[in-house]
Each structure stands twice: as structure tokens, then as C-alpha cells.
Design a protein around this ligand. Sequence first.
Ligand code: SF4
Length: 291
Amino acid sequence: MHALRIYEAEARSILSATTGFIAAAGFTHSLTPARNCTYGCTYCYVPTLGIYGGLKPDDWRNWGQFSTFKSNAASLLRRELRPQQVIYCSPLVDPYQPAEADARRMPAILEALAEHPPRAFTLQTRGPLILRDLDALVALAARTILRVSFSITTDREEIRRRYEPHCAPLADRWDTVRALNRAGIETYATLAPLLPCDPEALIGLAIGATTGDIIGDPLHTRVSKPRGATTREAALKISHASGFEAWHEPGFQDALVARMAQYARAAGRCFVTGTEGFSRLARVGCFAARS
Ligand code: SF4
């Protein structure tokens, strides 16, 4: 585990109106509990956004080396929550990043959400630490549409160590997906970004661990997306040094996605990418209170 520096700062607001890809998927707001993510994934798109989302130059130059938590997140949330909001947490940080183990901001945030439930709330994470808050998640799921989108990027542990060395081992992540599902939390396996893998083995694992549609996306490339967030240079260097350049090429990526979709279809399941895939996490209209 790398050394983590944790800071705190008061924020002026906690919910941001969405734009672009997140808005197109159906989310009305995003919730970002901290600036900079101590997972520090080599491919992370966030620091390539520059100052968007309140990031400061030190954040994108030293991505993953520290995190600044919003000290007043829960009290701001109590003021800003509204019943019709469809909230994504978070486009800019993993809410269960390693620093959250000490910072412990999510329990108060989940409590505020349960007190003033929005229409729907989706947690995007790759952190087994989420299980620390399982009771609070179960309580929140009784008050709103709660979804967890759990990121898993490959089926090969040596690839995981190369591209995301600070993330939990893959077996622990699948165990977490299964534990969330067993607890009744609507949990999706999100295979994104797709790192070098055995695509059939990876989607096979997702089919075995979940019951809903499987979401995925290849690595962002400048060829297919000339502007906005893209893959960090650190991952491009790893791919180049390892002979994995094809995983960044649109033609290879299309074939990869087609293979995975075909495998899912044959198993009676659906593999969805892009905005269509992401929109699975923002659907509303099917919630019935369980308490
Ligand atoms: S967990 Fe997500 S936000 Fe954090 S560094 Fe990795 S890709 Fe970026």
C-alpha cells in the first residue's frame, strides 16, 4: 500500500448538475466527496480533465498521491437533496478509495441520503471497503433506488498489478460483488476500462456474479474521442512497453466488444457499452419502498 496523505477542506456545494455523457445517461446530479483519488489508476481519465470539477493543478499533476475530503459533505447534502434527483457518485473519485478507510466520510453521506432520499442514487466503486457500510446501504436501498456499479477491468491478476497496482486483487472484488448481491443491493459488474484480458473469461465471471445487464467500455482513445477526458499517459506507456497497443485501437476494441456481447447473448444476458450501458445505472420508475 502506498503512503496516503489525507487533507480536508470545506466545500461550497456538494451536488453538481450534470452535463455531457453523465446527463445523457439520465443522471441529474453528481456527488463527489473528495478531490483526487488514492487508487491512482494509470489509465484514470479524471486528471486529463484539467480544472473541470474543481480539480486543482496539484491534483492532476500528482494524481493518486493524496486526497482532499469535503469536510462538510453531509451537512451540505442535507440542504441540497431533492426527491427527484438522480445522483451519480462519482465521476471524479472513487467514494471507497483507500483514503476513505481513515477518512470515513461515506457513512454520514449515506445517512443524509437515507434521511432525504433522492429518486435514485448510484455508487461507482472498485473498493471492497464498501462492505464496511453494508448495513447503511441496505437501509438506503429501502428508501430509494440504490445501485452499485462495481468496476472490474480484467481477469488477469498480473495485468491488474501493472495498470492499477493500488486496487484490490480481482478475487476480492468479485467476492464484494457477490456479497452486495446477496445483501439485496442492485449491483452491476462494470467491465471498464477493458484492460488486456481473456474477454470470454472476463464476461463469464460477470455473468456468474451478477443477474442484470453487464456494462463495459474499452479504453478511451484520442482517435475515437478527440476532446475531453481520455486515457492517462502512464497507461499508454505500460501498453507500449508490454505490447498491448492494440487494446487502444478502435477496430480491435469494436471486435472485443462484439465478442463479449455475443458471449453474453448466448448466456441469455446483455453486454452494453457507452451511454446505453451507463444509462442502466440511472433508470427510474421501478422503485417500490421495502419498508
Ligand atoms: S478508481 Fe476511478 S477515479 Fe480513482 S484513480 Fe482509478 S479510475 Fe480514477
